[in-house]
Design a protein. Structure first.
Length: 271
């Protein structure tokens, strides 16, 4: 297991004591959508794959027979099996393939039934949802193992980090400085400071998780040339640098939180 995978497991892994506990909900990735699907409360310990697919069909409007679930790269098929048989527990993440409203099936002869990815071919299977189209494109990129294809994946990951996460990293880095402002030190009540601490804690967790995901995405690119190896190394160094900056800022904030807790009136919180 790579270092990045180990770090990811430390951040998102569930404690061992959760194994065997009632399954309350699972996370379902549908294209770019992330759904939290509750498991039937009447069957928390006996819920089967059929029960889960019925719930997903209800929430997404995908016909039950067209709900396709994937976990760990494997398609879940035995609908009578309990969810625990697949290693599913509360918070487990599954990938969903299916189109809201259903996909028309053309004919019963071999080869006549189209994949949801066969958009535009004869006997049309209907237009894919935006989520499925994005999933199809992602799948195509991941299957492209040419040097250019791998470089594209690496560059897209870094571009997304710069566009979506770097502005928030820069904002987060200003938090300790803002806390030293006279206005913050004199006007913030203990309740306001506690609320600020909670918000910064959530922001740190969010940035750490998303940057680790980017590192995992880069770690998953199986380089096959010196050029792709060099580019991936540069990309990892850049993203890791952002993560280090977030952690350094968080260390400063924790010191301020600690000082706040020792203050008589709580107003030294972030001063």
């Amino acid at each position: 297991m790579s270092w990045f995978s180990q770090q990811w497991n430390k951040l998102t892994g569930q404690p061992d004591e959760e194994v065997g506990m009632p399954i309350k909900r699972v996370e379902v990735i549908w294209g770019r959508e992330r759904l939290m699907i509750p498991v039937d409360e009447q069957l928390p310990n006996q819920a089967t794959l059929r029960n889960l697919k019925e719930s997903i069909s209800h929430f997404t409007s995908i016909p039950y027979e067209q709900v396709k679930l994937i976990m760990g790269g494997l398609v879940l098929k035995d609908e009578r099996a309990p969810l625990s048989a697949f290693g599913i527990r509360t918070g487990s993440r599954l990938q969903l393939i299916g189109t809201s409203g259903g996909v028309p099936i053309q004919g019963d002869r071999p080869g006549a039934k189209q994949s949801v990815f066969d958009e535009g071919s004869s006997g049309g299977a209907g237009k894919m949802s935006k989520g499925e189209e994005l999933a199809r494109r992602k799948k195509e990129r991941e299957e492209d193992v040419s040097e250019q294809g791998l470089l594209t994946r690496i560059n897209e990951t870094v571009t997304d980090v710069r566009k979506d996460l770097l502005p928030e990293v820069l904002e987060f880095e200003q938090s300790p400085k803002e806390a030293h402002s006279p206005a913050m030190a004199t006007t913030s009540s203990p309740a306001e400071l506690a609320s600020r601490q909670e918000a910064l804690t959530k922001q740190h967790k969010k940035l750490s998780e998303l940057l680790l995901r980017a590192l995992l995405a880069l770690d998953g690119v199986n380089v096959n040339s010196e050029e792709t190896r060099k580019r991936r190394k540069e990309a990892v160094k850049e993203v890791q640098g952002y993560l280090d900056r977030v952690d350094a800022t968080w260390s400063q904030l924790k010191e301020q939180f600690s000082s706040a807790s020792k203050s008589p009136n709580g107003k030294a919180a972030l001063a």
